[in-house]
Design a protein around this ligand. Sequence first.
Ligand code: ATP
Ligand code: MG
Length: 416
Amino acid sequence: MARIETPKRIRGTQDIFGEEQRRFAQVLDTFERVRRLYCFQRVDIPVFEATGVFARSMGETSDVVSKEMYSFEDRGGDSLTLRPEFTAGIARAYITEGWQQYAPLKLVTAGPVFRYERPQKGRFRQFHQVDAEIIGAPEPAADVELLVLADQLLHELGIHEGVTLQLNTLGDAATRDAWRTALVAHFEAHREALSEDSQLRLDKNPMRILDSKDPRDRPIADSAPDIDAYLTEEAASFFKAVTDGLDAAGVAWTRNSRLVRGLDYYRHTAFEFVTDRLGAQGTVLAGGRYDGLIGSLGGPETPGVGWAAGVERLAMLIAEPARETVDIAVVAEADEFALAAIALVAKLRRAGFSAEAVVTGSPRKRYDKALKSDPAHTIALSRRDGQVHVGERSLHAPPHPDQFSVIVDSVTATLS
Ligand code: ATP
Ligand code: MG
């Protein structure tokens, strides 16, 4: 008979189980707790959108749109794309759902995102992000609030040591245009020495050369003019308000004048939280202000600022979370007690205890089997010298002892 080929996991995807799953859950639980402290509401949006949503909002020349999108035609002939990030979909939802009426809107979301990249440590094709956005708030206080939220998330995950907030400003429209002209002049003068990728960027998206990782580009990028000489008074005071706010909130930051976001509608604040503990995949959380995005998608001109963080990268950095605990194991040491054991765990679980019943397998081995889950408390139902015996053992402090005893007594009273 022909051997059936076993199915394979798709390259760059993950089956998240065991310790990895506990790490993952801890990141999401912490994010959920912290977003409540900052009064951000949760939103959920589709996993796929019309391809144009991402192409227009992330820019045709961006790495994501030009090389990394999972795009496909559906059965109706429409071009759809699995979301490679959240911001574009949230901006689309803001427009289609008429969320202007709620502005300013503080939102978070989380879930899988998809990018066709070369998989490696901390880099997947289906990965997960947590995301936070403030839409409809033009003032620097919104940037500050998002950054303080990010900082608190990293603290509560216990990973702030060795993670630095790198901060930059891209100024306002006038600043950006003037700086961009100066950058193009600088790069044109060194065109031949740039990497092939950066020669293409020079024509399409010159600012991105600044954060190129290619060693051929680094000296040219490092000697490029800083934005500071081109900052308008307004742009400079916006940046100062952001850094003053961070200082007031006690959030440490460093200036990285090479940090850019490529697209024309990015304004003012750009930032990344970077660690040296993940090799080449050192950016754990990144974002910035995107005041022109919603307008460029055809919506009302609406300022916005936000960030996203990779759940896998955060999960790799945190300390190993404790295993989930079992409060009570109920062991039927003889088959005649199987139903009593089922009744007992059902009552315990309804009362809020985590409980497992062991009612199968060789009766003499059931007790040892129950101990494998390291329960805080065990109840073994057996018959000794013809009498029903309820053996209790506390390995750790028994949870809610009074409530617990009432339940155990109510069930064991029915046994004779
Ligand atoms: P990188 O430079 O690592 O490719 P990026 O600039 O493409 O990151 P963003 O688009 O800013 O990343 O996404 C925000 C965060 O999502 C990143 O800081 C990172 O933590 C995470 N991330 C991005 N791409 C991947 C991936 N392929 N696998 C896992 N996490 C990722
Ligand atoms: Mg990338």
